[in-house]
Design a binder for this molecule. Structure first.
Ligand SMILES: [Zn+2]
Length: 172
């Protein structure tokens, strides 16, 4: 399998797991050249996993679409390719675990938003503004205010660091 980071064709499988429904196998691979890890799924091609959009239309789930949305939201933010890959993996696993082979875009969106929120507020807000469709400016403002309050409380809880200790001379 060609490495998505450097294009090298040799890799080794570091983990292999079957889905709950036993209809797909997830393999974690490590590139033999750059040593980065990526995931492949093996499944029967005829059965697609679908996402249901707000207007009821169904679309085949595509990893690259989720990833490009994430890349936009996380542009110039502290995320590594591994962070993003892990989030997409989680979204896909969530879909694969669905008994109906489908999830709504808002279910998948909420899952991704929760992950982003835990890592970076800016990326979260960017992603949420697209996914949650803040049509209303007030709604958007309210969400921002909630976040700011939460952030403020974390800051207050933080205990200031003690001053650096002077090295003590041992008595001779
Ligand atoms: Zn590589």
């Amino acid at each position: 399998m060609k490495c998505p980071y450097c294009g090298f064709a040799q890799d080794r499988v570091v983990d292999s797991r079957e889905s709950k429904e036993a209809d797909s196998i997830r393999r974690r691979r490590e590139c033999e050249r750059c040593e980065k890890r990526f995931t492949t799924y093996e499944r029967i091609d005829e059965i697609p996993y679908m996402v249901v959009k707000k207007d009821g239309r169904r679309e085949r789930f595509e990893r690259h679409k989720v990833l490009s949305g994430l890349l936009l939201a996380c542009r110039k933010r502290p995320f590594t390719p591994d962070n993003l890959e892990a989030i997409v993996d989680e979204a896909e696993t969530y879909l694969i675990d669905s008994p109906d082979r489908e999830r709504t875009t808002s279910e998948i969106g909420e899952l991704i938003m929760n992950r982003l929120k835990a890592i970076d507020t800016v990326a979260y807000i960017r992603f949420a503004s697209v996914y949650r469709d803040f049509t209303d400016v007030r709604e958007f403002k309210e969400e921002l205010e909630r976040l700011l309050i939460a952030k403020d409380q974390t800051a207050k809880r933080r205990v200031p660091e003690p001053p650096p200790r002077k090295p003590q001379r041992r008595p001779q």
